[in-house]
Design a protein around this ligand. Structure first.
Ligand code: ARG
Length: 462
């Protein structure tokens, strides 16, 4: 396995040991050791297949199985000694196996390469992590639907350009978040479906001369089947890019929600109360309660967006097939997974605990002439062309601003000076409830529509 000058598994052709710095520089074990369980599962499938192909005897297969399981226990109990000179998780485990069971361990690598091994490990890892992320996303989506149902009729101002635009319900606003995140969930599903193929058996790049059964290993590892092309199998990391892109969108969505939560907890908006357990204080200003959790999530978006660019750049211009560049896929990928898991968890815990301050929301909706469009629509229904109606309402609003009153506070006589068609029935449409109730169509903000949307959302989540 090695000559006198190096202890490497690949040391046969080498005449001097690796430079100590180069050894550290090229090693990945410090971060790829987290793939250990997937590496072991891949090896178990590979060994089972090698036995079926007549390459490993039954006693050899048994020794490999027992050895790998013992190694897994050692790793899980923190007793395994990882060695940087063994470069990566794959060679650390293989060396430990050989040390434990002797020659049978040396046969495990028959018909495979670290190139297809690592590609297999990352796919197994990502498949599992995506499933865990989906669980957190599901919990968050359910929390949004529950809050939306509770607040199907809670009035708040809707904004465009962050200026009061028209009244909406808080439930409707929450369901907008729901839609964003439900699309994210389906993006993760698509990504998982596409990556769920086994590259094992591609070996270094061209396949192998042994009578391997790639369908069997794929099946043993729960993949949909084997990948098609051996060159592509060992070099492709587009599934990692796709996952990180989906992750960047999740974080972008969470950052938008975070921004609104931060605004809404400020004394200027004062729309919601975020329970103390999601906030921290200031070391100098005793009155402060800071919305740290949404702020941090907003900030962490930068990491994941950055990882997406890292991975795209890593892949760009790589010639076929495997290149060592690909070792650099792991840290961005792992950090994306960790960041997503924590941020989704924080949100799934926090959303059910948000308490809207319904009076303040209502007051804010009353201010800012949020029913001005309703007045214009009213005039149109009475026969005015929309552009003229727009003009009439603009003038009425200007008069209100001068008198420091709300539209609904303007006496009918004065309203009539702007347009003769205005009548007593105008006051009903100027109310917040009137405005909400009239947006009564699929996807609209009327409380009855929000309740229907909640029902459909529950079905879509099931
Ligand atoms: N540590 C390597 C990686 O993460 C494993 C594959 C290395 N293969 C090789 N021939 N050097 O990509």
């Amino acid at each position: 396995m090695s000559d006198d000058s190096t202890n490497k598994t690949w040391g046969g052709r080498f005449r001097e040991p690796t430079d100590a710095f180069v050894e550290r520089f090229t090693a990945s074990v410090n971060f790829d050791k987290r793939l250990y369980q997937h590496d072991i599962n891949g090896s178990l499938a590979h060994a089972t297949m090698l036995h079926k192909a007549g390459i490993l005897s039954q006693p050899e297969l048994n020794a490999i199985r027992n050895g790998l399981e013992a190694i897994r226990d050692e790793i899980e109990q923190g007793r395994f000694e990882w060695s940087v000179s063994l470069e990566d998780v794959h060679m650390n485990i293989e060396a430990a196996l050989t040390k434990r069971i002797g020659d049978a361990g040396k046969k495990l690598h028959t018909g495979r390469s670290r190139n297809d091994q690592v590609a297999t490990d990352i796919r197994l890892y990502l498949r599992r992590e995506i499933r865990l992320l989906q669980q957190e996303l599901q919990r968050l989506l359910e929390a949004l639907v529950n809050q939306a149902e509770k607040h199907a009729a809670t009035v708040m101002p809707g904004f465009t350009h962050l200026q009061t635009a028209q009244p909406v319900t808080f439930g409707h606003h929450l369901l907008a978040w729901f839609e964003m995140l439900l699309r994210d969930k389906s993006r993760l599903e698509d990504c998982c479906e596409r990556l769920n193929l086994s590259p094992l058996g591609a070996a270094a790049l061209a396949g192998t001369t042994y009578p391997i059964d790639r369908h069997l290993t794929a099946e043993l590892m729960g993949f949909r089947g084997p990948t098609e092309n051996s060159l592509d199998s060992v070099s492709d990391r587009d599934f990692a890019i796709e996952f990180t892109a989906a992750g960047a969108l999740i974080m972008t969505h969470l950052s938008r929600i975070s921004e609104e939560l931060v605004l809404w907890t400020s004394s200027q908006f004062d729309f919601i109360d975020l329970p103390d357990r999601f906030c921290t204080g200031s070391s100098i200003m005793p009155q402060k309660k800071n919305p740290d959790v949404p702020e941090l999530v907003r900030g962490k978006t930068g990491r994941v967006n950055g990882h997406l660019i890292s991975l795209l750049t890593l892949m760009k211009s790589q010639p076929l097939a495997y290149n060592k560049d690909n070792q650099e896929d792991k840290e961005p990928l792992f950090d994306t997974v960790d960041t997503l898991r924590d941020c989704l968890r924080a949100f799934a815990d926090m959303i059910p605990a948000i308490e809207p301050k319904t009076e303040q929301m209502r007051d804010a909706a009353l201010k800012g002439f949020s029913t001005a469009t309703d007045l214009a629509d009213y005039l149109v229904k009475k026969g005015l062309p929309f552009r003229d109606a727009h003009e009439v309402v603009g003038k009425s609003v200007a008069a209100c601003i001068e008198q420091n009153i709300m539209l609904q506070e303007m006496p009918l006589d004065q309203l009539k000076t702007f347009s003769a068609v205005i009548d007593e029935d105008v006051f009903e449409i100027l109310t917040l409830e009137g405005s909400l109730a009239s947006r009564d169509h699929w996807g609209g903000t009327a409380p009855s529509q929000v309740r229907e949307a909640v029902k459909r959302a529950r079905k879509r989540l099931a």
